[in-house]
Ligand binder design. Structure first.
Ligand SMILES: [Zn+2]
Ligand SMILES: [Zn+2]
Length: 105
C-alpha cells in the first residue's frame, strides 16, 4: 500500500490511476468533483460522467484533484458546500446497478 499513491515511479503510462483500485480514472463525479475509476463509480451516490466530457467543464477541478493533495481538495469542497447545497441533477445514468455494494469512498 502506498499512501498518497501519486508520484509512483512506475513510468510508462502517464495515465492517472485510482489510488484504491489501480484502475484508470475514466469517470468524473460531478458531486465530489473528483475523478473516479469504474469501481469507485459503482459506489452509491456518485453522479458520474465520462471524464472526457467533464474535462471541458471541470478542467480546473480535475487538474487540481490530480495535482493537489487531499487536503487541498477538501478545503475546496468545503468552500463549495458553504455556498449552500445545490443538489446537482443526475448527469448520465449511474454505472452499474443501484444495488452496488457499499463501497465507501
Ligand atoms: Zn477506484
Ligand atoms: Zn461522488
Amino acid at each position: 500500500m502506498s499512501p498518497g499513491g501519486g508520484g509512483g515511479g512506475g513510468g510508462g503510462r502517464g495515465e492517472p490511476l485510482c489510488g484504491q483500485h489501480r484502475e484508470a480514472l475514466k469517470l468524473f463525479c460531478t458531486r465530489d468533483l473528483q475523478p473516479l475509476c469504474v469501481v469507485c463509480a459503482r459506489a452509491r451516490g456518485h453522479s458520474v460522467v465520462p471524464i472526457e466530457e467533464a474535462a471541458e467543464q471541470y478542467k480546473a477541478e480535475i487538474l487540481s484533484c490530480l495535482r493537489a493533495g487531499k487536503e487541498e481538495r477538501e478545503k475546496y469542497l468545503e468552500s463549495r458546500k458553504a455556498e449552500g447545497r445545490r443538489s446537482p441533477y443526475l448527469v448520465g445514468a449511474p454505472i452499474g446497478s443501484l444495488n452496488a455494494p457499499p463501497l465507501l469512498f
